[in-house]
Write a protein that binds this ligand. Structure first.
Ligand code: ATR
Length: 276
């Protein structure tokens, strides 16, 4: 162990946080780059009422990076000093960087979706169906619009889809209108349908999918969701939710350290943590 009094601390806060794979992913990356004496990445379960105290503690202890997950991403904006333009547009920050006592918030969630997609396609003018209109959807709709795609939002509750579509200059259709999804180039599930109690379920029927489409499910447990199984049967190209976790993390690593993230090492860590 190379930890010393000079080691910079990064950490993830959430409620719950015990299941988080971020500490393993970042610490393995530090080790691989022989930076495990320079940085260490921890986690803490923090109730939302204590968030302000925690941000003050980040200042007092000179913690370098604070990753925020549910339920802290929106409220944390109130307590930090600066908000990056994109995080401001999305209305949430998952990454806080402390530079000489100035805390600045960023959002890397949208990169978690844009980066793996851009590895296989150009997003400009692509027709993208986004399923869901919650917090995750917001970051993703922003990102896809930023990349020049045409976005249509489908959601169980049509009013929230309309609000989001209005804000980010997108279209919306009721989720029952899934035949239109068939025509899109890319389908992204941003809802929790497929995990936990909803494991084995899909937010859309198999008939909404076709060969040649790209289907991205941001759910990463189980690794292969019902939606992705359907996509596979149809011969569509699948992107697993683990890729979002990976690329929001690599972007975050780069913000905290200023060094290019070792993507493959981080991917391998996630794969072994998810016991694939
Ligand atoms: P997150 O921050 O993870 O995006 P959220 O803001 O609570 O979480 O949003 C959850 C999304 O999943 C919403 O789009 C929600 O649809 P509603 O707006 O109709 O609530 C969607 N969702 C959750 N459970 C669902 C279910 N059983 N069927 C369809 N959509 C569901």
């Amino acid at each position: 162990m190379n930890i010393s009094a000079k080691t910079k601390i990064c950490m993830i806060i959430g409620d719950p946080v015990d299941h988080s794979l971020s500490p393993a992913m970042h610490n393995e990356a530090y080790k691989h780059l022989h930076m495990d004496g320079q940085y260490v990445y921890l986690g803490a379960n923090i109730k939302i009422e204590r968030l302000k105290d925690v941000v003050n503690a980040v200042r007092a202890l000179n913690i370098r990076g604070l990753t925020c997950t549910i339920p802290h991403k929106v409220k944390v904006l109130k307590y930090i000093d600066e908000v990056d333009k994109i995080a401001h547009m999305i209305g949430a920050a998952n990454t806080i960087v402390n530079t000489n006592g100035v805390l600045k918030g960023y959002n890397t969630d949208w990169l978690g979706v844009a980066t793996p997609l851009e590895e296989i396609t150009n997003l400009k003018n692509k027709n993208i169906s986004v399923i869901g209109a919650g917090g995750a959807s917001r970051a993703i709709v922003y990102g896809m619009k930023e990349k020049g795609a045409k976005v249509t939002i489908y959601n169980r509750t049509i009013e929230s889809a309309r609000r989001l579509a209005h804000e980010f200059d997108s279209q919306t259709h009721p989720i029952q209108d899934y035949r239109r999804i068939l025509e899109s180039d890319i389908v992204i599930n941003t809802t929790s349908v497929g995990m936990g109690d909803l494991e084995g379920q899909s937010p859309i029927p198999e008939s909404a999918l076709r060969k040649g489409q790209i289907v991205f499910d941001i759910v990463y447990t189980p690794y292969e969701t019902e939606l992705l199984k359907m996509a596979k049967r149809k011969g569509a190209y699948m992107i697993h939710g683990m890729e979002m976790l990976l690329y929001q993390g690599t972007a975050q690593f780069e913000l905290y350290t200023g060094i290019k993230a070792p993507v493959e090492v981080m991917r391998k860590t996630l794969i072994s943590a998810l016991s694939l």
